[in-house]
Design a protein around this ligand. Structure first.
Ligand SMILES: Cc1cc2nc3c(=O)[nH]c(=O)nc-3n(C[C@H](O)[C@H](O)[C@H](O)COP(=O)(O)OP(=O)(O)OC[C@H]3O[C@@H](n4cnc5c(N)ncnc54)[C@H](O)[C@@H]3O)c2cc1C
Length: 321
């Protein structure tokens, strides 16, 4: 039985979330007594053979420049064709932006059962049941897939990558790529920033910062840590920060290793976008702020005093090596 893992890339570089998906797919393959293989679309600059350390021996590449940018419809058709060409029974995506747009389309094309937002390996002793997060991470559901073909998208940061020895072989996959039905006229990219959804560390500010003129302390901490910056929705709505930084139920959903929330109360709609972070640090002057209940570490105090000291301490530590 083959497990096909979709490897997401941007500008020729494999996205971090794909490593987790590959390792997850390799473990699914072990569970079902099969083999995990990868599929990547478009032209790639990275050395794909090194992805063998995530547990896949073969990576199929559909190397067409028309696949360099994600078009969900074209990607879905190409991946569905790859599933047939490779003879896979289980398809794994990361539940990132691409995965959210493509996995359901692939499932529809293949008439496969889909679990979107899986958080654990499937249970295969009696059927095929996958645990997924529901209600913005407030609860879990165990979903059985009964179809022969199965599609799973894995919530980022919910599976511990397991490294193995070995390299992968890259094999070109000849699949006819259909023309896109849309034309991208222009792409206005935010440059010089770490993309929020890919960041390991996110420093996020809320209304407690009082105004855009005070954002220097957030930016300093973020720069020191090599972190991306984010904000609560009212901060985006008030144009203190650009809208693409707004995280939460109605904004970007993030799952970094470390999320530092500064002057953010922790409303349920905010938590919905950040509660998959591995470690949450909350800095708030109100000890009753709801965010502390979701925090791994909390500092009660004035962010205008704490943040500069925190940044200085980190810089001192970094200087010591
Ligand atoms: C349908 C719907 C969808 C929504 N979607 C989102 C969403 O996606 N994302 C989102 O963020 N919100 C969302 N909201 C809004 C959400 O309900 C909250 O209103 C919002 O998250 C509050 O933002 P905040 O924590 O920055 O501000 P506030 O609630 O005003 O909290 C500010 C916090 O800063 C603290 N503070 C003040 N001064 C300091 C200081 N000097 N030092 C340290 N701490 C200080 C205060 O104690 C307080 O806890 C949504 C609401 C609705 C109704």
């Amino acid at each position: 039985m083959k497990v096909l893992v979709f490897i997401d890339q941007a500008e020729g570089h494999v996205k971090k979330s794909s490593y987790e998906a590959l390792s997850y797919g390799a473990n699914v393959a072990t569970l079902v007594g099969g083999e995990a293989v990868g599929v990547i679309l478009g032209e790639v600059k990275d050395d794909l053979t090194s992805l063998g350390k995530y547990g896949v021996k073969t990576i199929h590449q559909v190397q067409s420049s028309s696949l360099n940018n994600v078009d969900a419809q074209v990607y879905a058709k190409t991946i569905a064709d790859a599933v047939s060409a490779v003879g896979a029974s289980i398809v794994v995506f990361s539940h990132n932006q691409t995965g959210k747009a493509v996995a359901a389309r692939v499932a529809a094309r293949l008439k496969a059962g889909l679990v979107a937002g899986a958080v654990a390996l499937p249970k295969v002793s009696n059927g095929f049941t996958v645990k997924k997060s529901v209600f913005s991470g407030k609860a879990f559901a165990n979903v059985s897939i009964t179809s022969a073909l199965k599609v799973i998208s894995l919530n980022p940061n919910s599976f511990n990558i397991q490294l193995v020895e070995g390299t992968a072989t890259v094999q070109p996959l000849a699949i006819e790529v259909t023309a896109s039905k849309v034309t991208v006229k222009a792409v206005n990219k935010v440059t010089g920033e770490i993309p929020l959804t890919e960041a390991d560390i996110v420093v996020s500010g809320g209304r407690g910062l009082k105004g855009p003129e005070n954002w220097g302390i957030i930016l300093d901490l973020a720069k020191t840590l090599g972190a991306a910056t984010a904000c609560s929705r009212p901060v985006g709505d008030a144009h203190w920060r650009p809208h693409h930084e707004h995280v939460g139920q109605t904004g970007v959903q993030v799952a970094p290793n470390l999320y530092i929330a500064v002057g953010i109360s922790g409303a349920i709609q905010h938590l919905a976008g950040v509660n998959r972070s591995k470690v949450i640090v909350v800095i708030n002057k109100d000890p009753e702020a709801p965010f502390f209940k979701a925090a791994d570490y909390g500092i009660v105090g004035d962010c205008f005093e704490i943040l500069p000291k925190l940044t200085e301490s980190i810089k001192r530590l970094q200087a010591k090596g």
